[in-house]
Ligand binder design. Structure first.
Ligand SMILES: NC(=O)c1ccc[n+]([C@@H]2O[C@H](COP(=O)([O-])OP(=O)(O)OC[C@H]3O[C@@H](n4cnc5c(N)ncnc54)[C@H](OP(=O)(O)O)[C@@H]3O)[C@@H](O)[C@H]2O)c1
Length: 324
């Protein structure tokens, strides 16, 4: 079957190890099922995999991709939850499972015609969501949902103030849209003028250049950029505010800013993906509010390399979708 796979690791030139071509059909363990993929979406995670982050060479070749929507072996329209927990653990929050993996880390990923997934990882796809929209949800949108709704400590009924760093990214655009849907004031930063303009069109209350001073301090920051924006995130918080961090695209070791963190009693909160239940809640939110994931581009899976090149260039606004 057709798939996009990592065949070698190259930290400096990740696309050197990407091959779009024939790969073996999925193997289906006990308790798992197959899904015929109708749409899959790219994430920065796929580039990190090609760089060898979370994907050791002995697991190659590995089909890439965490996000998919498709038709299950029973004929149901489904969205695939990408977090694979340890079945021996017997429930609880799978994101806290020390043995958890994401699709494409240990088991073949979603950039393929067919995939194998645990039956418990299937979430029903509402008819109102297109295949392409549904495919955007399991990683970037789920991560943003958990960060904004369950980790940022914002008032449940809305009225909080949120800063989203790096307005163009998959997680960032999702955090902006979810923050607005939840009734909060949302400020964004971006290095690019056109991305700032598009963020305003998406509903941002203010879009400023990366590092620029905000008109007021915020309750929480959604941080996925890392080193390049960290000090600004710390400086932008009100006393007692929270940074919720799920990524570090520009580097993981910024100056810690400990003086500000203890003096202003700030909280730094890690967040990773979300649970199957949170994915179901996110799907329900979109179904009821009419909010939709922002899609930058849809291409056939055969053109996956072009989409990877765009992701690597960083000139993307929203999600890149591939259709087998
Ligand atoms: N922990 C989790 O569960 C989880 C889940 C999803 C993603 N992540 C992580 O979150 C990060 C974002 O993922 P994504 O898929 O949303 O990636 P993406 O779509 O590629 O996001 C890229 C964005 O990062 C910003 N950026 C990159 N380098 C920057 C720099 N040097 N200075 C300022 N901004 C910079 C850019 O914002 P502007 O150009 O607008 O400034 C760009 O739009 C990645 O590190 C990813 O691994 C983690």
């Amino acid at each position: 079957m057709l798939a996009a796979a990592a065949v070698s690791i190259n930290p400096d030139d990740p696309l050197a190890g990407l091959v779009v071509g024939d790969q073996p059909e999925p193997v289906v363990p006990e308790g798992w099922t197959t899904v015929t993929v109708r749409a899959a979406a790219l994430n920065h995670h796929d580039l990190f995999s090609l760089r060898g982050v979370g994907l050791p060479p002995e697991r190659l070749p590995m089909i890439l991709g965490c996000d998919a929507a498709g038709v299950s072996a029973d004929g149901d329209e489904v969205i695939v939850h990408a977090v694979i927990g340890d079945p021996a653990r017997g429930g609880g929050d799978e994101t806290l499972d020390p043995k958890r993996t994401l699709l494409s880390e240990l088991h073949p990923g979603t950039l393929a015609e067919r995939i194998a997934v645990p039956r418990g990882n299937l979430v029903p796809k509402p008819a109102a969501l297109s295949w392409e929209e549904a495919a955007c949800l399991p990683t970037a949108w789920l991560t943003a949902y958990r960060m904004v709704v369950n980790r940022a400590g914002l008032p449940a009924g809305g009225g909080g103030t949120l800063l989203v760093q790096g307005a163009g990214g998959g997680v960032s655009t999702a955090a902006l849209v979810i923050g607005k849907a939840a009734g909060h004031t949302v400020f964004v930063t971006s290095r690019g003028e056109s991305k700032r303009r598009r963020a305003l069109e998406l509903g941002a209350d203010l879009a400023v250049e990366s590092g620029a001073r905000l008109p007021k301090r915020v309750d929480a920051v959604i941080e996925t950029v890392g080193a390049a924006t960290w000090s600004h995130s710390v400086r932008s918080l009100r006393p007692g505010g929270r940074i919720v961090c799920s990524g570090a695209t520009s580097g993981p070791n910024p100056p810690a800013e400990l003086n500000r963190i203890f003096f202003l009693q700030l909280s730094v909160i890690g967040s990773t993906m979300g649970t199957r239940g949170e994915l179901a809640d996110l799907v329900e939110l979109l179904d009821h509010t009419g909010t939709r994931p922002l899609i930058d581009d849809v291409r056939p899976l055969t053109d996956a390399r072009a989409s990877f090149e765009r992701l690597a260039d960083g000139e993307v606004f929203g999600k890149l979708v591939l259709t087998p």
